[in-house]
Write a protein that binds this ligand. Structure first.
Ligand SMILES: Nc1ncnc2c1ncn2[C@@H]1O[C@H](COP(=O)(O)OP(=O)(O)O)[C@@H](O)[C@H]1O
Ligand SMILES: [Mg+2]
Length: 295
């Protein structure tokens, strides 16, 4: 029987539970890997990734990766390194390490997306608050200041008052933050989340938030069904593909009749999306994983 690895911090979390049910539904066996249960053994040329006395490099063909999560620099590097080690050991890792690395880094993904013709918001990035402040007006009146490693809309702020912006930039730089500023794209307090698996958009929704310009579900966004047109599908699939994501939640904003890709989430959850679609997204993921195994 095929064993499907699920790398997760919380096996009892909603998405992991859905995946486990999906795996069982297809008559397969889930194998849960928690970072804290892992022991890596590198003895000369012999290497093992041990989880509960099992060397997963020998036992597993595929691992689905759930969010790496908030972590120290040590942990982030080690956890991504672990994915690379699995890949080197012949395991199919979804999403693969290089895709996660690119997608979680808003700066790097923006430069890849925009460099390949995907429309993105005008953005300034710098470590130096004085330089970025000097060029601020190039972004227009309203400025969005975002953490480079996003967290569900939390911490992104929109300001127009130059003195407030100056003070925030100084404080962020003092704390060694990289400054990541965008033009504010006027919109109707909603955005689009397209869920990509392989080369398909399997489900799509508007996220509407009457209370905030940020549409994240965790900021109060409400899922509304939407049927993606060909432009949305093309934008979402292309963006995911450019970053190497086989599974992705692509955020798209409509502003003045144009569509912009805001980001690609390489470890998306789908609880909100699942509430407005009949398609079982976890099962779609498992079906895709099986098709990858057969390739
Ligand atoms: N440049 C922008 N102009 C207007 N709204 C934005 C802009 N960037 C993000 N938003 C809104 O803020 C939300 C969060 O931004 P996003 O880039 O997806 O970061 P994260 O979800 O990682 O916090 C988006 O879903 C969108 O509603
Ligand atoms: Mg987002």
């Amino acid at each position: 029987m095929e064993i499907i690895g699920i790398l997760t911090r919380d096996p009892y979390g909603w998405a992991s539970t859905q995946l486990i049910l999906g795996v069982r539904k297809y008559g397969l066996r889930p194998f849960i890997i928690r970072y804290k249960d892992v022991l890596v053994e590198i003895f000369g040329n012999s290497r093992k990734i041990m989880v509960n006395d099992i060397n997963i490099l020998e036992e597993l063909d595929v691992v689905i990766v759930r969010p790496i999560g908030r972590s120290s620099l040590d942990q982030a590097l080690y956890r991504v390194g672990l994915l690379y080690m699995m890949e080197d050991g012949g395991i199919i890792v979804i999403n693969k390490a290089s895709a996660i690395e690119k997608a979680v880094d808003k700066y790097r993904s923006l430069h890849i997306l925009s460099g390949n013709g995907v429309p993105t918001p005008k953005t300034l990035v710098s470590e130096n608050p004085n330089i970025i402040f000097r060029y601020l007006d190039r972004l227009g009146e309203n400025i969005v200041i975002k953490p480079m490693f996003g967290s569900r809309g939390l911490g992104s702020t929109m300001l127009s008052d130059r003195d407030s912006i100056w003070r925030i930039l100084q404080a962020l730089a003092y704390n060694r933050n990289v400054l990541y500023l965008q033009e504010y794209l006027r919109h109707e307090y909603r955005d689009i989340r397209a869920f990509v698996i392989g080369d398909r958009v399997v489900a799509c929704m508007y996220r509407e938030n009457p209370m905030s310009w940020k549409s994240n579900i965790s900021r109060g966004g409400i899922p509304k069904p939407m049927k993606p047109d060909s432009e949305i599908i093309e934008l979402a699939v292309k963006s995911a593909d450019l970053l190497g994501c086989e599974i992705a939640g692509v955020d798209i904003l409509e502003s003045d009749g144009n569509r912009y890709v805001l980001e690609v989430n390489s470890q998306p959850t789908w609880k909100g999306l699942q509430s407005i679609t009949k398609i079982n997204i976890a099962e779609e993921i498992i079906k895709y994983v099986l098709s990858r195994l057969k390739r």
